[in-house]
Design a protein around this ligand. Structure first.
Ligand code: G5P
Ligand code: MG
Length: 225
């Protein structure tokens, strides 16, 4: 049977669980995960021109300008043009959504709707493995050894933009600029929205929906999730 290439993305407020749910989706359906935030943090660490430019905005909880982001992600997508992928964190504005629609017609846009108070509590306990983007949380999916990545044994970091004052700014930017992006995809007829306070609850309900929207011929891997 011919395998159809899948084009999807995941939307949601800062710390709504996009990375957590993406990780489960890419494993279950064998997708390439493209997280704009993870890619930018890697550029910052490598001190590339894009990284140095992006850092000025990220540290204050502001969005990196559209022209920079659209070129950056378009270049990433060229490298995976023949693979099934899941975008996480892009698009963040209507201009980005329109530019992406010109590059690729999407199959599915998932929107995670998580109460803001839950988000504020979560970011306090977040730990990240920068090279892989693996994310942990005290009390939810804590690392086996505190401060250490389960897979590589390398150190975990706390993100500079997880400081409470920067998180408030990120939530403001989300309300103003990113929420309308969900409406863009509703208009295209591909939006699926999931409300909940835990990623496990959201994931359970998503699986039932994905059984319809991610037919078996997308899937090449069994999952125990
Ligand atoms: P990012 O990196 O895209 P955000 O703000 O969109 O950043 P973030 O913070 O990465 O999103 P997430 O991926 O939605 O959050 O959530 P996550 O990491 O999976 O979960 C958050 C925490 O909660 C983790 O510790 C996780 O373990 C825990 N958790 C998950 N589920 C549960 C649960 O059920 N219970 C509990 N207790 N814990 C749970 O972007 C960063 C910056 O880059 C720039 C912007 O400046 C942005 O602010 N940027 C862009 N700028 C312009 N345009 C774009 N397209 C850009 N993309 C990035
Ligand atoms: Mg993330």
């Amino acid at each position: 049977m011919a395998t159809k290439i899948f084009r999807g993305l995941i939307l949601g407020a800062p710390a709504s669980g996009k990375g957590t749910i993406s990780d489960r989706m890419v494993k279950k359906f064998n997708l390439v995960h493209i997280s704009s935030g993870d890619k930018l943090r890697q550029q910052i660490q490598d001190k590339t021109p894009i990284g140095l430019e992006a850092q000025k905005y990220i540290k204050d909880g502001k969005l990196v300008p559209d022209d920079v982001m659209i070129k950056f992600i378009a270049d990433e997508l060229k490298q995976v043009h023949n693979k099934s992928w899941l975008l996480d964190g892009f698009p963040r504005t209507l201009s980005q959504a329109e530019a992406l629609w010109e590059i690729a017609k999407l199959d599915l846009a998932v929107n995670l709707v998580v109460p803001f108070q839950v988000i504020i509590d979560r970011v306090k306990g977040r730990w990240v493995h920068l090279p892989s983007g693996r994310v942990y949380n005290e009390g939810f999916n804590a690392p086996k050894v505190p401060g250490v990545d389960d897979v590589t044994g390398e150190p975990l970091i706390q993100r500079d933009d997880d400081k409470p004052e920067v998180v408030s700014k990120r939530l403001e930017q989300y309300e103003k600029l990113t929420k309308p992006v969900a409406e863009f995809y509703r208009g295209k007829g591909i939006l699926k929205e999931f409300k909940g306070a835990t990623s496990d609850d959201i994931w359970r309900r998503m699986l039932a929906c994905l059984a319809v929207h991610m037919p078996l011929h997308f899937s090449t891997q069994d999952s125990k999730l």
